[in-house]
Design a binder for this molecule. Sequence first.
Ligand code: GMT
Length: 385
Amino acid sequence: MSMSDSSTPLRVGIVCYPTFGGSGVVATELGKALAHQGHEVHFITYHQPVRLGSFHPGVFYHEVEVSKYPLFDYPPYELVLTSKMVEVVQTHNLNLLHVHYAIPHASAAVNAKRILAEAGLNVPVVTTLHGTDITLLGKDASFKPVITHAINASDAVTTVSQSLKDDTESTFDITREIDVVPNFVCPSHFERPADDGFRAQLSPSGAPMLCHISNFRPVKRVQDVVEVFARVREERRATLLMVGDGPERAAAEALCRSKGIDSDVVFLGKVKNPIEPLLISDLLLLPSETESFGLVALEAMAAGVPVVSSNVGGLPEVNLQDETGALRAVGDVDGMAQDALHILGDDHLAGYKARSKARAAEFTIHRILPDYLHVYHRALESTSA
Ligand code: GMT
């Protein structure tokens, strides 16, 4: 039976960033879902992915250890990763490598593929682009030749939104087809009761709970979150839950103090499972400078939480104006506050919540997994041809 036969279980190597970022979450949940369907999945990364959990049949983890040799001011992670990919493909007879994020994963995979070809093994590389690898790093001329090559030399390339596909094609000299495979949520993760006790503790008055979840990098415009909340707070009681950590957190905390709203804002720090805070929230604020998809917006919607976001990148493909929330130009904190107040209004909130849930149901893993499998089989066919 040929490996491109869609009923044959595959042995897939998945390379991703193991941290809290959306790309790692998508890669990890995809791997778990593939294993659940009977495929064998090998995660290859420098740390166990945050969302991997302890034990899943069919899921294996291979750690990439970076050499601490004193000669290396800059440890060559990409090369160690390449070697690890070669080793795991050979040892476990993998059919395919699926790498998430262009740098350094796609370029390392393309190199591994070449090394394996010399040993007589033909292993296709599927690359999924997630956003900042194109929209931020892509703007850095020093990365351009490597990213361009990694994309063009992959056997299949997917982006998580149409907007990211357009950005990729306009930023790089792309000579190949790109498929759009949107991000997804796993409905079972949302089938749990909200922790009402925790909510009551955070918001004893029962006031609406606004929420922001990110890595607090400049691209997330965390200060805008505070500005929007401060305007909402002028009009009504409310609590803001800030989830995550990163370089902008201290400035955001200082801004809350200077605006005198710090007693209504709770900074939780990093939380392993953002679904828990979402389940006790009424509205997500996501005013990012750029966002290729905005996985957290989709997760919020799946938890029945509407979204007020900026109208950039892939966000309009996820968050629908007046249906699941509202979208405004980057930096329009007055407009976002107006939208938040409207959505939180007694007559509106329940409708927004219900429509958000319904919209998120269009992006469940059951719908998206076949798209990835289709891409895998096409890549397998093209390399075996
Ligand atoms: O948002 C980040 O800074 C993290 C980054 C990542 O690599 O995890 O997120 C990107 O990939 C996510 C998963 O596909 C997307 O949902 C995010 O929109 C995207 N971030 C940006 O484009 C800023």
